[in-house]
Design a protein around this ligand. Structure first.
Ligand SMILES: *Cc1c(COP(=O)(O)O)cnc(C)c1O
Length: 231
């Protein structure tokens, strides 16, 4: 069955607008990252026709089969756990990495940024919920971690990202999002070199409206746009 991506996108935008209004924010500042894992290239192109301007992939191999074939007006984001041996390919192909989760990865990204001759833009992934299954820096370690990353000349930290646990009730994710907003504020106040906390990447199909109410300006949406695709 064909999925009407345009209709789905309009619904998601509507819900973002409502959430933004509820919290007194401008809906225009919330950008949708269309998560295209398991979505074939022609459907990704339909989404772009429908108005998607940021595409996100969580696996390197899949990203490499699509990113080079997208219109240049589209931003490419990498949102999944990144292995160090794949950094080289990713830094060349993407505009933003959402998932910096270790110092060793930061050093590898820095190395390839230096070879490219430009800083690589990243978000630091924070494991706010503390689930063992999730990657990310713990909230307690975030400040020291960010200070170390700030010393790497070819990485630019642009904000924070988190993945909330899968709750039945989206409301239950609110404290996770609120905590990430607080952490972003605290890190921003430090005025570290190469750290400019502008993006809060939080909220997915199950909970994005709650994330927007708590300050998200990048929401990563897969199923609400493309239907269930098997993960
Ligand atoms: C798959 C994925 C998403 C999107 O999930 P949906 O529930 O389909 O909206 C967001 N972020 C990451 C890191 C993902 O892997």
């Amino acid at each position: 069955m064909a999925v009407d991506v345009k209709a789905n996108l309009d619904l998601v935008k509507e819900r973002i607008a409502q959430a933004a209004a509820k919290s007194g924010r401008d809906p225009q500042e919330v950008r949708i990252v269309a998560v295209t894992k398991n979505v074939p290239l022609d459907v990704v192109r339909q989404a772009i026709e429908a108005g998607v301007r940021i595409v996100g992939e969580n696996r390197v191999q899949e990203a490499m089969t699509k990113f080079p074939y997208l219109d240049s007006c589209v931003e490419r984001h990498f949102i999944g756990h990144l292995q160090r041996n794949k950094v080289r390919a990713v830094v060349q192909a993407v505009n933003l990495i959402h998932s910096l989760d270790s110092l060793r990865l930061a050093e590898e990204i820095n190395k390839w940024g230096e070879r490219l001759g430009r800083p690589v833009e990243v978000l630091i992934q924070v494991n706010v919920s503390g689930e063992a299954s999730k990657y990310g820096v713990s909230p307690d370690a975030l400040e020291a971690f960010t200070e170390k990353v700030a010393q790497l000349a070819y990485i630019r930290v642009r904000g924070l990202m988190t993945i909330a646990p899968e709750f039945k009730n989206a409301e239950d994710a609110r404290p996770v999002f609120r905590k990430l907003s607080q952490l972003a504020l605290e890190i921003g106040k430090r005025n570290l070199p190469g750290v400019e906390v502008q993006f809060l990447s939080m909220g997915m199909t199950n909970d994005y409206w709650v994330a927007v109410e708590e300050g998200a300006n990048l929401v990563r949406i897969g199923r609400a746009l493309f239907g269930e695709r098997g993960r």
